[in-house]
Design a protein around this ligand. Structure first.
Ligand code: CO
Length: 208
């Protein structure tokens, strides 16, 4: 992509916005009030706002390789705290996608250097669901299922934080696990029951 073309695209976009509403940017500058925190993959094909049809100001976005939520990731933890406590988002969505390069890499026996600790947390998801995954003979189906299970585990990691536990109990925030099907463009709700998940988690992860 030509860098100069980006600035030209920007000029066209600004003109289009202002021709529809001359106060468009004045209104954007007043502040944000997003109701959704989106945690997704950095993959260039998985454009958070576009696939949801969201406008600027509607979604607070955090993306990394394979939509991971690690308690040691200061950035992810800061985003979650800020979104829940300051922005008071009503929904946290973790969005994985089929054909995720990060998930695929974690299924391979290969040394990725600096990326090893990142991929290891995905390998941990595989180990956790090894019995279910190992009976899937078709590699593509196994890969797709790991994408889904990784979303579920990252939602659980969201629920392990004290900030979300408190807000979830007060019914201030809901959690959703979705997968974006890159073959069809459609979002799929994994329909995870987080009340059940929370009940299982509390013996070990309860923070109050
Ligand atoms: Co990905």
């Amino acid at each position: 992509m030509n860098i100069e073309k980006i600035f030209e695209n920007n000029r066209v976009w600004v003109q289009n916005k202002l021709s529809g509403d001359k106060h468009y940017f004045d209104n954007l500058a007043k502040g944000q009030n997003p109701e959704v925190l989106y945690i997704g993959c950095s993959d260039s094909r998985v454009t958070a706002e576009k696939l949801m049809g969201a406008k600027p100001g509607e979604v607070f976005v955090y993306r990394n390789i394979a939509n991971m939520v690690s308690s040691l990731d200061f950035s992810a933890m800061s985003v979650i705290q800020y979104a829940v406590e300051q922005l008071k988002v009503k929904h946290i969505v973790v969005v994985g996608h089929y054909q995720c390069g990060g998930v695929h890499a974690a299924m391979k026996s290969k040394d990725y250097g600096l990326l090893n600790p990142w991929f290891r947390t995905i390998r941990d998801v595989y180990r956790h669901y090894e019995a279910e995954l190992d009976i899937i003979s078709d590699d593509k189906s196994k890969y797709d299922r790991l994408v889904e299970l990784n979303v579920k585990e990252q939602c659980i990691n969201v629920l392990k934080t004290s900030i979300v536990q408190k807000a979830y109990r007060k019914k201030e925030v809901k959690i959703h696990g979705w997968v974006w099907d890159i073959h069809t463009g459609r979002l799929i709700d994994l329909k995870i029951n987080f009340d059940d998940v929370l009940n299982h988690l509390m013996k070990v992860y309860h923070l109050d």
